[in-house]
Design a protein around this ligand. Structure first.
Ligand SMILES: [Mg+2]
Length: 263
């Protein structure tokens, strides 16, 4: 295949795709890195006895969200502030800090959010990959389990908002992934058939398997480094058998989706 005879969209995925929907946090944006900055800032004020060598552990506890607070938020069971308040107090509990009351939490959140938003950055390959997908004529949009306005601000800050519109957030329908309704609504807004749309995200269950269950092509971004939650090998085998594609960087997407015209 040559550059003047480009691949038809999607041949590499086993079935054609006309569009790609992307998750934002830890998919397009290095949210893990931004959380590390935010948690370090919050800890310096509220967990001053926790030494720097334990900050990685703190990040792991935060990301694992053992109380499932963020997922309860994405299921519409609790509010955004409720989930973050609960997670902040979980961190205080695990690392031996004082429980936060409303007032203390307001200060905690201001420090955390300032550090978090100040550290937002796209993954280094994200911009180029988005360009390649668009150049190939694919429709590209974002579907996220956070709010549309917040995520649009985030994409603007990292330089992707001009090319990637946040089509659906958790506030669009009042629920998030893996509810099939949000995947289908994002496809409708993207203008592509679900069966001809790939969904790309860093969480195997809510992203890749959720997408497959909704009838899309599911792609799991399994970046190097500690996983947010443990994924047993048998779960990965089952996911692959269900049709999930696994990549370690977005740079592999054009090949997986069959839009790599260099070959
Ligand atoms: Mg994510």
């Amino acid at each position: 295949m040559t550059a003047d005879a480009p691949a038809r969209a999607g041949e590499g995925a086993g079935r054609p795709v006309d569009g790609v929907l992307l998750d934002i946090d830890d998919t397009l944006v290095d949210t893990r890195g931004a959380f590390a900055v935010a948690l370090t800032a919050a800890a310096s004020a509220f967990l001053p006895h926790v030494t720097a060598d334990r900050h990685a552990e703190m990040l792991q506890v935060w990301r694992a969200d053992g109380g499932d607070h963020y997922r309860r938020y994405t299921r519409g069971e609790i509010g955004y502030r409720d989930q973050r308040f609960a997670r902040a107090n979980e961190l205080q509990r695990v690392f031996g800090g004082e429980p936060l009351d409303d007032q203390a939490y307001a200060r905690w959140d201001a420090i955390f959010e300032d550090g978090f938003a100040g550290a937002w950055a796209a993954h280094e390959e994200a911009s180029e990959v988005v360009d390649r997908l668009l150049d190939h004529g694919l429709a590209v949009g974002a579907l996220s389990n956070a709010g549309v306005e917040y995520q649009t601000t985030k994409l603007r800050r990292v330089g992707l908002a001009d090319r990637v519109e946040v089509l659906v957030g958790v506030d669009t329908l009042g629920v998030g992934k893996p509810d099939p309704a949000v995947f289908l609504e994002a496809c409708r807004r993207l203008g592509t058939e679900p069966a001809r749309t790939a969904y790309v995200g860093d969480e195997l269950d809510v992203d890749a398997l959720g997408a497959v269950a909704a009838g899309l092509v599911g792609v799991w971004v399994d970046r190097p480094g500690p996983r947010r939650v443990d994924v047993p090998p048998e779960d990965l085998t089952a996911a692959r058998a269900a049709g999930v594609h696994v990549v370690t960087t977005l740079a592999e997407l054009p090949v997986v989706l069959g839009v790599d015209v260099r070959g």
